[in-house]
Structure formats: C-alpha cells, structure tokens
Write a protein that binds this ligand. Structure first.
Ligand SMILES: NC(=O)c1ccc[n+]([C@@H]2O[C@H](COP(=O)([O-])OP(=O)(O)OC[C@H]3O[C@@H](n4cnc5c(N)ncnc54)[C@H](OP(=O)(O)O)[C@@H]3O)[C@@H](O)[C@H]2O)c1
Length: 390
C-alpha cells in the first residue's frame, strides 16, 4: 500500500478517462482512485464509483448530483460545477491528477491541482493552449511534474529522456492527416460529420477527432509543445505521417533524430504518464514491425489544412490569441457536428473571430477566461448570421 499511487481523474467518463481507468483496473496493486470528475454521463460515472470507490466525485450540474445521490447508498462526497471539479482536482491524498476534461472546463481545475502541489498528467491540451505561460509559471513555482498524455508530447518527452535540453534543434510532430488527406479539395465542402468522425488510425472523443480531420488538433499540439517543452515556435515542425506509428521525434544538433514508436493506442502514453519513470504493461497491443510496410512523411498542404496555419498565426501573435482560436474552434466544430456549417467553414469562422480580436497586453487568468467567453459569444453570433445567409 506504501507505493500505491493515488489518482484523481478529471474527465473519467471520456475517452482518455476510460482508458486511464482501464490501466488502473489492470494494476490494482499500483493505483488507487481517490477522486473522479465527469460532465453529464452519470450512468457511466455511477458504475465507475461502484468499481473504484473514490472519496470525492463531481459532476457538471446540480440536478445530476441529486440524481446520482439518489442512486448511490452511502459512497463518496458528491459535488458539482467548477467548485466540484476543483475539489476533485485538489482531493486530499491524491498524488497525481489526470487532467482529461475536454475544452476550457479543465483550466481552473488543472490550476487548482498544480496549486495544491499535485503532479499532473495532462491530456486536456486546451489548458496549455489558453494559458500556457500562466500554467508553466505555476508548475515551476510549485515544483510539480507536468507529464504529457497526448501521444505526440509523450513521444517527445520520451525522446528527450537522458539528453541535454540545449542539444535539441527541433521538435518534429507527426500527424496522420486524418480521413481527408487524399480527398479531392473540391469535395471537402460536402464531407459529412460521419465521414469526419471516421479517423483512419485513432479512436478518440468527437471534438478531437474533428480537430484531427482539420489538423487544428496538430495546431493546438504545436502550441501545447511550445509551452510544455519551452521551445520557440520556429523550432517546432509538423509532418504528415499517415501510418501513425512514429508518434513524434526530437532532432538534435548533431543531426540525430530520436523517435518513439508504438501502435496508435492511447493506453501507451497514458500508462507512461501514470507510472513515470517506470514502465508498466499498458494493455496496448505490441507493434508488429514485420507487417509494417512503410513509414512515410510529407509536408502538410496548407490549402487543405488552413486550420494549422491559423494555429501557427495565433501562436505567433501570442497573448490571448490562442484562447480566441481555441474558443472559436470549439463553436465551429460543434456547429459542423450539428450540420449547421460545412467542413470548410470551420477555418473561415475561426479566422473571422481571430481577426476581430487584437490582443494588447498579457492576460491574467480572469482575462483569458473573459477572452474565451467573448470568442464563444462572437463565434455564435457569426454562426447566426451564417444561418440567415443560407
Ligand atoms: N481521446 C484521445 O485519444 C485524446 C488524445 C490526445 C489528447 N486528447 C485530449 O484529451 C482531452 C479529453 O479528450 P477525450 O477524447 O477524452 O474527450 P471526451 O471523450 O469528449 O471526454 C471529455 C470528458 O470531459 C468531461 N467534460 C466535458 N465538458 C465538461 C464540463 N464542462 N465539465 C465537466 N466535465 C466535462 C466529459 O464528461 P461527460 O462525458 O460525462 O459529459 C468527459 O468525461 C481533450 O483535451 C483532448 O484534446 C484526447
């Protein structure tokens, strides 16, 4: 029991959250769940509570908390809303907080975990996209470990182990290119959400899957890498690698490139973050090198993937522009999933919101949250106008 690592999982009902709990299930001697936070899926959350017996649990809404309370006899402290998520993030006795909400909801709880001196395994890239500078300052002040879960960042992290930071020339992020890598450009305006959700290699939540089809996901990852590894934007490069076998690479000044390979299964990077610096059986199937026919790399075509350019532009502009980009993308992706806009309007909407935002100073947390709200509101207003046009 001494070596048991105690976990709080933010986003336990999501794709990353469920994979995290699968690893816990596989290693009951190593991990104990002390807190779970979810959004609205109380059916699954109830099962997780019964299986893992956490001390504190939170949901998004008060009504869901009440419904869950009725269904449980005894059990954990039940909380809700942002305060609830914060109480899970700061749960007494938690050694490691898995930050796996989607979107901006994870920002304050992740900062709460860091503020409470907990190590954080981060999947929720939007936290670093929105507030990378603030988050990293807090990480340094508290001296906690911020461990990447995103497969690209885990690959970079692993490829940096045992090397000197000053010897790094560049970070090379790989992207599968998603389902529309070879779709004729003319057809992109008529692709459906169902087609966009059919990712060729990875099984993920809806938002991140659509972001993978536009390559906004890679753009967000570039911003995430900039903060996580303190790299200048011009030293971060993106390659299309359709096989998704090399998860990312680090290039060193002597010309060597260190790459991390594996099957495209998030249990690999999640398990590394949970057990770091040790390695454990993650349950991800082994990579069969013999059946691997080729490893290809291409430069991304910015005409096909304008979202990637927008993310680089937001990173260059800095301050709260990445927060505006991220919020506009959330609205655009949701509108596409609801069939309100075509796929090709996603970057148009984001660009319109970005062009109306002129960041003029460094923002504190409240300032960033304010820009996030403004960009959501503005993107929704532009969507209403778009509805009237068609
Ligand atoms: N999935 C992947 O393979 C993958 C890979 C790399 C990085 N990531 C990143 O990891 C994060 C999570 O991705 P995911 O694919 O696991 O997403 P997901 O399947 O959509 O799950 C999101 C989780 O967050 C909860 N949630 C969402 N909004 C919330 C809110 N306002 N308040 C409280 N809880 C909320 C959801 O709760 P309910 O479902 O209960 O409503 C769910 O538990 C994202 O930032 C994503 O970019 C994901």
């Amino acid at each position: 029991m001494e070596d048991m690592k105690r976990l709080a999982v933010l986003g336990s009902t999501g794709s990353i959250g469920q994979s995290t709990l699968e690893i816990v299930r596989r290693h009951p001697d190593r991990f104990k769940v002390v807190g779970l936070a979810a959004g609205r899926n109380i059916r699954l959350l109830k099962k997780q509570i019964e299986e893992f017996n956490p001390a504190v649990v939170s949901v998004c809404l008060e009504e869901d908390r009440a419904a869950l309370k009725k269904q449980l006899s005894g059990g954990p402290i039940l909380t809700y809303g942002e305060d609830g998520a914060n109480s899970v993030a700061g749960a007494e006795g938690a050694d490691l907080v898995v930050s796996a909400f989607s979107g901006a909801a994870g920002l304050r709880p992740t900062l709460t975990a860091i503020g409470a001196g907990k190590d954080v395994a981060i999947a929720n890239k939007e936290v670093l996209v929105m507030a990378g500078s603030l988050v990293m300052a807090e990480v340094r002040e508290k001296g906690i470990r911020l461990l990447p879960i995103d497969s690209e960042h885990s690959a970079i992290f692993q490829s940096m182990e045992g090397h000197r930071r000053e010897d790094i020339r560049s970070l090379l992020l790989t992207a599968s290119g998603g389902p529309f890598l070879n779709t004729p450009l003319k057809r992109l305006s008529s692709v459906t959400p169902e087609e966009a959700l059919a990712h060729p290699n990875w099984d993920m939540g809806n938002k991140v899957t659509i972001d993978s089809a536009t390559l906004m996901n890679k753009g967000l990852e570039v911003i995430e890498a900039r903060w996580l590894f303190t790299m200048e934007p011009e030293c971060i490069k993106v390659f299309i690698h359709p096989q998704s076998v090399i998860h990312s690479m680090v290039e060193y000044i002597d010309g060597s490139i260190m790459a991390q390979m594996g099957t495209p299964d998030m249990k690999g990077p999640i398990s590394y973050a949970l057990s770091y610096p040790e390695r454990i059986d993650s349950g991800a199937p082994p990579l069969d090198l013999i059946t691997l026919k080729s490893l290809e790399f291409f430069e991304p075509d910015m005409k096909r993937f304008p979202c990637l350019n927008l993310a680089f532009a937001a990173l260059e502009e800095g301050k709260a522009m990445p927060a505006a980009l991220n919020a506009a993308d959330e609205v655009a992706v949701e509108a596409f999933l609801k069939k309100r806009i075509p796929f090709t309007v996603i970057p148009e909407l984001i660009e319109s919101v970005m062009s109306e935002h002129s960041p003029h100073n460094e923002y504190d947390l409240d300032g960033i949250v304010e820009i996030d709200r403004w960009a959501h509101r503005r993107a929704n207003e532009l969507l209403d106008k778009y509805d009237k046009l068609i």
